[in-house]
Design a protein around this ligand. Structure first.
Ligand code: G6P
Length: 369
């Protein structure tokens, strides 16, 4: 009802705007002691499992699988544990080799996705330690895992996941730090610096939400295109996949996410005036490289919507539209970047007259195979 939407026209927009609060709730009581320590009870209670872990496998579906890809980088970068990501639906039938030194992390907003549930049952039968990252308290996956961390972002009603995704990535960042702390792969100084950045996420999200009007305006230019390309590198390659999925799910525009440098091995053949490209290009290690990817798109007549870090003077000169986000460490940037991507998908879908909260053929949770 209108009342439940809190004055917003759709649950999706309400949930997008809730993110400063949901991320605050997600980190509350977990970034502690003046940001010198990360406290996750699931890690503390099973510290030997994390100290002895030889590898981590993350299983998930849909948007949660995109969060898993970011989690993989975080765990590898910060906790230095070899980590892989599997679609739960593939993992469950892949005859995996598992031992008691393996940790399987299951990510699921609903905690009810049939494939993810089957994947964790298989993992436990094979002796792995299973850690859940769920939103719904007391859900099947939360109950079937050995332990875990709730994302605590409140009920998500819109079928297209928004606040759950940012909550999942935030939990994975805290998990990587908590494990790094245990295994001694991070200095106290770096840990504190990172933790302070996590504490700043709610205010950075709030600031980023101010892009809404600019995004609404530019969306009218792209309402009737048939195809979209999303490019990103490093931590933001999964952001490109998630941005494309969001658009696909609610606007029915075909969209493809790609690692920017792989564009030349295929998608570049499709670029023309009719196919816009969203380039996620915050100022990071690979910034120079992504600028040349933008030039490659422009040289073929494609239009570019670029997401850049405030203060970037190069990209606004070449892109058709530029959306500025505040500076944020690269490893946390997918959380901030997802705000303009969610808003872009939302406004295009609304302009097309689509039912954004209940897109055709999709379900909020897929409890059958
Ligand atoms: C469905 C939903 C997606 C979600 C996916 C996984 O496809 O429409 O938004 O990402 O299931 O759901 P889960 O609850 O396991 O995160």
């Amino acid at each position: 009802s209108q009342l439940e939407k809190g004055g917003y026209p759709h649950f999706m927009l309400k949930e997008i705007y809730e993110q400063p609060n949901t991320i605050f709730d997600c980190i509350r009581g977990r970034v502690v002691n003046n940001a010198t320590e990360i406290k996750l009870s699931g890690v503390i209670d099973h510290s030997d499992r994390f100290i002895n872990a030889r590898r981590i496998i993350i299983v998930a579906c849909g948007t949660s699988w995109h969060a898993a890809l970011i989690g993989q980088r975080l765990l590898q970068d910060i906790a230095r544990i070899p980590t892989s990501v599997e679609y739960a639906s593939e993992f469950r039938y892949s005859n995996p080799v598992l031992t008691s030194d393996d940790i399987v992390i299951a990510i699921s907003q609903s905690g009810e996705t049939a494939d993810t549930l089957a994947a964790i049952k298989l993992a436990r039968e094979n002796g792995a330690f299973v850690y859940g990252v769920c939103n719904v308290v007391g859900s099947s996956i939360a109950r079937e895992t050995d332990t875990g961390t709730y994302i605590h972002v409140g009920p998500e009603i819109g079928v297209a996941s928004t606040k759950a995704f940012t909550g999942q990535v935030t939990v994975l960042a805290m998990l990587a730090l908590a494990v790094a702390q245990l295994r001694g792969t991070i200095s106290q100084e770096k840990l504190s610096e990172f933790s302070r950045s996590i504490e700043q996420l709610p205010s950075l999200i709030k600031e980023t939400l101010k892009l809404n009007d600019a995004i609404e305006k530019l969306s009218s230019t792209y309402t009737y295109v048939r195809n979209f390309l999303y490019l990103g590198r490093g931590y933001n390659y999964p952001s490109a996949l998630e941005g494309a999925l969001k658009l696909k799910e609610i606007s029915y525009i075909h969209a493809e996410g790609y690692p920017a440098a792989e564009m030349k091995h295929g998608p570049i053949a499709l670029i023309d005036r009719e196919m816009p490209t969203v380039v996620i290009a915050p100022s990071d290690e690979l910034h120079e490289k992504i600028i040349s990817n933008i030039q490659q798109v422009k040289a073929r007549g494609g239009s570019v919507i670029a997401i850049v870090t405030r203060g970037d003077t190069t990209i606004p000169e070449i892109a058709d539209h530029t959306l500025e986000i505040p500076p944020v460490p690269e490893a946390l940037s997918p959380i901030i970047v997802s705000i303009p991507l969610q808003l872009l998908a939302y406004h295009i879908a609304v302009m097309k007259g689509c039912n954004v909260d209940m897109p055709r053929n999709l379900a909020k949770s897929v409890t059958v195979e």
